[in-house]
Structures are given as structure tokens and as C-alpha cells.
Design a protein around this ligand. Structure first.
Ligand SMILES: [Zn+2]
Ligand SMILES: [Zn+2]
Length: 337
């Protein structure tokens, strides 16, 4: 794959070079990590997944930065590894590379325990997922399948021992300014390098980044996400946005506006669908149609995030309140107010 997708070079207004390395993070799913080089630091932003092809692509990408662009970079020579957020396609490459990465690893404090206590995170998150899916009205058989899929990708990942934290407004290596943009992930950060913004999955060129309800993980959800979109639009002088997937974005305001409109349309649609009381699983089916594999879970979470946003703000009410009062783990049915 790395032969068909070359490493791309970008320059910032201050003369920093940024190299985009394409990685097949999962089968047929491309992600990007970035090598950022100037006289003050050599840093790697994100490391891809623990999937063998992803690791191979990362190593061959680093070789290309060295051989084709003449930059003296290797895993062993880095000054820092910065993780944009605690999702497996961005950080879990640390597991197979643990022996070779000697540089300090930075992540936002709200995602640190995902990296340092991964085994605990999987147990706690899968419990929360089960409770959410019950309330969403997903049947036991499908819940078991979704749980299995959720856990599978996590089997090969181990916790990392030492991780440094980075926080809002912090300057790192006189090169990166950290902007905390929770929503897609609690510890999602954007990293501003002169006039280039590295956004992880906060703003993508074609798809709206996946959202799950805050009920599943605090600091995620649509409300936080929309606030974090405002944050990147008000940053002055951003000329180029480089994401963890898909192509670069040149007009960040226009892209953010399009993402915002897409969420508004979904909110209106879910509100309309709730003229008739429905569960989150029924809403997901009505809006997204029948999905396959992991997409079923993503669609239910996405519907859950929009329903949560509407419910938090008093646009929806729970229809089956008596049943909710009686049952220890009830299915929630929402209706429009
Ligand atoms: Zn992500
Ligand atoms: Zn991603």
C-alpha cells in the first residue's frame, strides 16, 4: 500500500516541515500520522494501529522521509511522540513499537488512562457499552455480536507505562500549541504549528467524525463536539488542516460549517422520527438503514449521541416512564415534546 500512496511534504509559514505518512490502520482503512521537523524538534504525531500492516507502513514511511527528503529521522531519534487522541487507530501502534520508542509520549490528560490503563479501560468501556445498548433497545443476540467486535480489535493492545500529559494552551518544543477539542474523544487535541493545524479526527474532509453519547464516555457527545468546532474556527491564520484520515482541508470555516449543517439536519430528522415514540436502535435503523459489522455499532452510537443532545436540551421526553420506574435496566423510548 505504501507504494501506491506516497509520503507527502507540507511546509508551515515558519519553515517547519511536516510529512504525512499513509498507514493502512485496519484492512482497507487508511489513517495518517505526521512527522514534524524543524531545528527545535523531530516529533511524530500519532503512530497508527497495532495491526502489522500499519506498523510496516509507519516504518517504511519514516524510511521515505529519511531517504527521499533527507531528514535525519528514525523511531529511535525522535524527541517526542504526540498522540492526538486515545483511539486505537491513532495510538495502539505503541504496543508493537514499545521497545523502540525512547522519546517521551504526550497525550491529553483525559485520554492518558486509555494509554496507561488500557486493560481497565476495555473492561469499564465494554460494561458501559452493554448498559447503553440495553437502554437503546438492542436485542441480546446482537449485543453479544457487537461486544465481540468491540473487544476483538483490543486484544493485541497493551498499556504503555510512561506517558506525559499535554493540556489546553500549552506550547511544546516551541513548535506545537495544544488546543483541547473534546467531542469525538475526551482527550482529542488539535496541534497548531504556525499556520497548519493537525486535527486528528476532529475535522475530516469528507465524513463527519464519529460521535458516541456522553453517557458512554464523559466529555464525548455532540454538545462538546459542537463547542470544539467553534474553537478551531476562531483560531486566527489557519491555512491548512491535516487530519488523521482523508485529504487536507484548506477552508476550515467552510468545512466546519458543512459539518455543523449535517448535524443540524440529523437533529431535525431524529426529532421528526420521534413524533412516534422510538428507541435509539429503532431511530438508528430508520435513519441509517440496515448496516453490517462494526458499522451497526457506529450507527447506534451516532443516533445515541444525537438523541442525547436533544434529550439534554428538553426536545425529547421518555415515553415509557412507568416501565422505566419498574425495570432495573429498562429500554428507553423517546417522543418529541
Ligand atoms: Zn478517532
Ligand atoms: Zn481515526
Amino acid at each position: 500500500m505504501s507504494t501506491t500512496r506516497p509520503v507527502e511534504q507540507f511546509h508551515t509559514s515558519g519553515g517547519t516541515r511536516i510529512y504525512r505518512l499513509p498507514l493502512e490502520v485496519f484492512t482497507d482503512f487508511v489513517g495518517y500520522c505526521y512527522v514534524v521537523v524543524n531545528e527545535r524538534c523531530r516529533a511524530l504525531v500519532d503512530v497508527g494501529s497495532a495491526f502489522p500492516q500499519s506498523v510496516e507502513d509507519l516504518l517504511s514511511g519514516l524510511r521515505a522521509v529519511r531517504d527521499e527528503f533527507g531528514e535525519p529521522v528514525s523511531l529511535e531519534q525522535l524527541d517526542a511522540v504526540l498522540i492526538t487522541h486515545g483511539h486505537v487507530d491513532h495510538f495502539s501502534g505503541l504496543t508493537p513499537l514499545a521497545e523502540r520508542v525512547r522519546a517521551p509520549i504526550f497525550v491529553h490528560e483525559l485520554d492518558r488512562r486509555i494509554l496507561t490503563n488500557f486493560e481497565e479501560r476495555v473492561v469499564v468501556a465494554s460494561k458501559a457499552l452493554e448498559a447503553f445498548l440495553v437502554q437503546a433497545g438492542v436485542k441480546a443476540e446482537l449485543r453479544a455480536k457487537l461486544r465481540e467486535m468491540y473487544l476483538f480489535a483490543k486484544t493485541f493492545i497493551r498499556s504503555v507505562e510512561h506517558v506525559e500529559v499535554m493540556g489546553e494552551g500549552q506550547e511544546l518544543f516551541d513548535t506545537f500549541r495544544v488546543i483541547h477539542t473534546p467531542g469525538h474523544c475526551p482527550g482529542q487535541v488539535c496541534l497548531l504549528v504556525d499556520d497548519v493545524l493537525l486535527v486528528g479526527d476532529h475535522v475530516l474532509a469528507r465524513t463527519t467524525p464519529h460521535l458516541a453519547p456522553e453517557k458512554l464516555t464523559a466529555y464525548t457527545g455532540l454538545g462538546h463536539y459542537l463547542e470544539s468546532l467553534d474553537k478551531v474556527v476562531t483560531l486566527p491564520g489557519v491555512r491548512l488542516v491535516l487530519g488523521g484520515h482523508e485529504e487536507p482541508v484548506e477552508d476550515v470555516s467552510a468545512r466546519v460549517e458543512a459539518i455543523r449543517r449535517s448535524h443540524c439536519r440529523k437533529l431535525e430528522r431524529f426529532l421528526e422520527l420521534c413524533r412516534e415514540p422510538r428507541t435509539v436502535a429503532e431511530l438508528s435503523m430508520a435513519h441509517y438503514g440496515r448496516r453490517e459489522g462494526y458499522d451497526i455499532l457506529l450507527a447506534i452510537e451516532e443516533a445515541g449521541a444525537h438523541v442525547e443532545y436533544l434529550y439534554q436540551r428538553g426536545y425529547l421526553a421518555i415515553e415509557n416512564l412507568e416501565e422505566v420506574e419498574r425495570s432495573p435496566n429498562p429500554v428507553l423510548r423517546y417522543r418529541r415534546l
